[in-house]
Design a protein around this ligand. Structure first.
Ligand SMILES: [Zn+2]
Length: 147
């Protein structure tokens, strides 16, 4: 199993052990459970909600992902299909419509990816997660301290 950080984020794995699943359902298109996360990593016990409202900040990640998506599809379309700004050339519109349709279809994946990237920015990989205890800090939600 790969422990690469990019693979770990893309597959929605816990950033601490890179093995446990962050989400309850592994299918992002299970619409009732898109953002339903395990309370803690089922493998190493890392809490997924580090503090109350922790995932509010994912909006920034999601925005950055969306911008990157539009830029890269624009470049890919220009290279592979071509487009000009001439009025009788509709290829730029075809790109726009397909890119918008696809971004809507990809929303569940983007939402999960944003959360995986977000938590990975706060929780670092610990290859000795089996031996070392979880790090608790003042950011941790009160309910987590009771455990
Ligand atoms: Zn874990």
């Amino acid at each position: 199993m790969s422990k690469n950080i990019v693979v770990s984020m893309l597959t929605n794995k816990c950033p601490r052990c890179r093995e446990g699943k962050l989400f309850v359902s592994s299918n992002p298109y299970n619409l009732a459970n898109i953002t339903k996360m395990n309370d803690a990593c089922p493998i190493c016990g890392q809490p997924t909600e580090i503090e109350v409202g922790f995932y509010v900040g994912t909006g920034y990640v999601s925005y950055a992902l969306t911008v990157a998506y539009f830029v890269s599809t624009f470049v890919a379309w220009k290279v592979l299909i071509g487009m000009t700004f001439d009025l009788d050339d509709n290829r730029i519109l075809y790109w726009l419509f397909s890119a918008i349709a696809l971004v809507i279809l990809l929303q569940p994946i983007f939402m999960r990816l944003s959360r995986s990237i977000w938590i990975a920015m706060f929780v670092s990989y610990n290859k000795n997660w089996k031996e070392e205890p979880l790090e608790y800090n003042e950011r941790m939600d009160e309910k987590m301290k009771e455990h």
